[in-house]
Design a protein around this ligand. Structure first.
Ligand code: ACO
Length: 380
């Protein structure tokens, strides 16, 4: 008898590589980028400086990192080919679906392997511009040009709305971008890593990452949190709503995490940001969180399910004024920093990722059930 094969469905506790980029401490609820705890970075440290930290390994000499500010500013123009592609994407597609097409289409010039920080910054600079172009066209609005004096967060809001964002909106989105910039070997980063391990290019790898991020048990959850708040409607209905949802064996969006077995530290900071900015649906969200945690404790005892990043992401992004269909695209824009950093790190010691699967099908040697013509005609 052969040895039974050990299978880790979901790859829990499987180490696929080493990384010096971010430390996720699931037991204590910690997240640090290259040694800098997120509570040290948020609020206050500009996204551009965190991009520098993730890509280069050390903070800049000044904030916001001048070379990243300049690199993003000088790369925001879309080539005529990319602009044409964006303008041909069906305006009725959900923005996240459109974003997959648009991201793949950014490779209008070669992005040769191995990936570089310059390539990563080019994607980072252009993706929000291209997405905003798509959104404005889909809503019949005229295009606006990026404003060179605006940060990545401010420009994103400006390009979408056509008006200069308020300091509250910019600060909240900046903090959100920093908190979502990287998160260890999560599903989308793993998808990216698999693609880069084949020596494919960075645009293709980030497109694969976005495809993975899209799923509701990964980055697709925050709009569903907003749907849940809509369905609950008022704080007095929260207890019965979550009780009934759990009784139907549904998952409560914005709760539970593969790694965090305590509250997600990003949720703590996003909750504080929602409080500081006076988010309109904060009181409802807090009531839902309270009831959800109590019901999860009672109805899923022993499973250690707590609030995850997506719950207060939804509250903050809604308070900034973003529509729910842009929540996951906005997450992706923040994460382009971490994706680039991981792709570059991987190539220092790359080996094709090619795992095994235990075959459980029919034993080989079956005969096709009908006669087969096996002759190959001669060419010409
Ligand atoms: N609500 C109710 N029950 C839950 C929830 C939840 N949010 N999360 C997990 N559970 C239960 C499952 O039903 C399962 O119970 P069972 O064994 O009785 O069937 C048990 O907990 C374990 O679930 P798994 O799916 O094995 O746990 P996993 O580690 O894969 O869960 C996940 C992580 C996928 C995020 C899960 O908690 C979930 O689906 N949450 C809701 C969606 C969500 O918020 N996604 C965003 C995640 S954060 C991010 O990726 C950026």
């Amino acid at each position: 008898m052969p040895e039974p094969v050990q299978i880790s469905n979901g790859l829990d506790d499987v180490y696929v590589d080493r990384s010096a980029i971010s430390l996720v401490d699931g037991e204590r609820g910690g997240l640090a980028y290259r040694g800098y705890d997120i509570f040290e970075l948020v609020p206050g440290v500009p996204y551009e400086s965190v991009v520098r930290l993730l890509l280069q390994g050390a903070p800049p000499d000044r904030d916001p990192a001048p070379e990243i500010v300049e690199a993003l500013r000088s790369r925001r123009d879309l080539s005529p080919g990319v602009a044409r592609l964006v303008d041909t994407v069906d305006p009725k597609l959900p923005p996240l679906q459109a974003m997959l097409v648009i991201l793949a289409g950014l490779a209008d010039a070669p992005y040769p392997y191995p990936p570089t920080a310059e390539q990563g910054l080019t994607i980072m600079a252009r993706l929000p511009v291209a997405l905003a172009r798509y959104m404005r066209r889909a809503h019949g609005l005229p295009m606006v040009e990026p404003r060179p004096e605006f940060s990545q967060a401010a420009n994103y809001l400006y390009l979408l709305t056509g008006t200069a964002p308020t300091p509250t909106q910019v600060k909240a989105l900046e903090s959100y971008f920093v908190l979502l910039a990287d998160h260890g070997m999560n599903a989308s980063t793993f998808a990216l890593t698999v693609v880069i391990s084949t020596q494919s290019d960075l645009v293709s790898a980030e497109t694969a990452a976005l495809a993975a991020l899209k799923g509701p048990v990964h980055g697709g959850a925050p709009s569903k949190v907003t749907d849940m708040l809509d369905a609950i409607g008022s704080a007095d209905r929260a207890a019965s709503w979550v009780h009934d949802a759990l009784a139907r064996r549904e998952r409560l969006m914005g709760f539970g995490h593969r790694v965090y077995k305590v509250e997600d530290p990003r949720a703590i900071l996003l909750h504080r940001i929602a409080q500081a900015m006076g988010a309109p649906r904060l009181a409802l969200a807090e009531a839902v969180e309270r009831e959800a945690l109590a019901a999860l404790r009672a109805q899923r005892p022993g499973q250690r399910l707590y609030t995850n990043v997506e719950f207060y992401s939804a509250v903050v992004l809604e308070a900034i004024g973003l529509p729910r269909e842009l929540f996951t695209p906005t997450f992706a824009i923040a994460r382009t920093a971490g994706w680039a950093a991981h792709a570059i790190e991987r190539t220092a010691d790359n080996r094709l990722i090619r795992p095994e699967v235990e075959y459980t099908g029919a034993p080989p040697g079956l005969k096709w059930p009908r006669p087969v013509d096996r002759a190959i005609p001669r060419a010409g």
